[in-house]
Design a protein around this ligand. Sequence first.
Ligand SMILES: C[S@@+](CC[C@H](N)C(=O)[O-])C[C@H]1O[C@@H](n2cnc3c(N)ncnc32)[C@H](O)[C@@H]1O
Length: 271
Amino acid sequence: MRPDEREFLARFIREHSGIVIGADKDYLLESRLLPVARKAGLAGLSVLIQRLRHQPTATFIQEVIEAMTTNETLFFRDGHPFAALGEELLPKLAAIRPGGTPLQIWCAASSTGQEPYSIALAARDQVPRIVQSHGLRIVATDIDRTVLAKAKAALYSDLEVNRGLPPALLTRWFRREGSEWRLHEEIRGMVEFRHLNLLGPWGMAGGIDVVFIRNVLIYFDNPTKQAIIAKIAGLVAADGYLVLGGSESPPGLGDRFERVGTRPGVYRKKA
Ligand SMILES: C[S@@+](CC[C@H](N)C(=O)[O-])C[C@H]1O[C@@H](n2cnc3c(N)ncnc32)[C@H](O)[C@@H]1O
């Protein structure tokens, strides 16, 4: 790939999604974008770049950006955020919010749904009385419409349900459908999926009790991470929480959030 082509692609992807592609990542661009070129009947990356420069339809841009997202996820990833939710966050929030006021959770970058459904399953399993007394409103968002469609369908393979999902929850809340597993309507109904680019306008109302934003800021540069953390701080309720990936420490985090006990990745909004 010519240096000017690499630069164009990296800039295009960063401007549309925030995802930073390092200068040594030609193989990544090629492995992700050659299939997009092939599907569009284009001879290679140079022609794909020409199309992006001169005739970029919204659908084509979407295909390019979706090809560059990494959607790796699993049920109950890292365990402790979901334990924290049931043992500490939801009980504390329920104690200070009047009954009948739904607790609001935003799962940003929800990929194929395992994370928001783990939130719903943890709540339903560990604190069913809070779910009943207050109600839980989980909004799950992602830039990638293909993963959102899979998330909404809530249909998972053997491999997927064998990654992180406790067997008791599989038995209780999933049923066989052909060679796959469909999540029970009650849990699906607890999550609303929406398309949202973390780089664009969010259209989210304030007063959110818990924001999960895990394993996505790692793809962005520092100013973008800092701006997103500041924007989230503006939306989180005064006594609300932020949950990051265990080893994530975006710039500006400590100005607005403080760690909750010894739980990696779990933060409370500063007074
Ligand atoms: C590695 S997955 C993490 C999924 C889940 N949060 C977890 O920790 O298991 C990263 C997700 O971030 C999404 N993503 C990347 N850039 C984004 C952006 N600008 N806005 C919203 N979502 C984005 C990708 O589509 C992908 O589904």
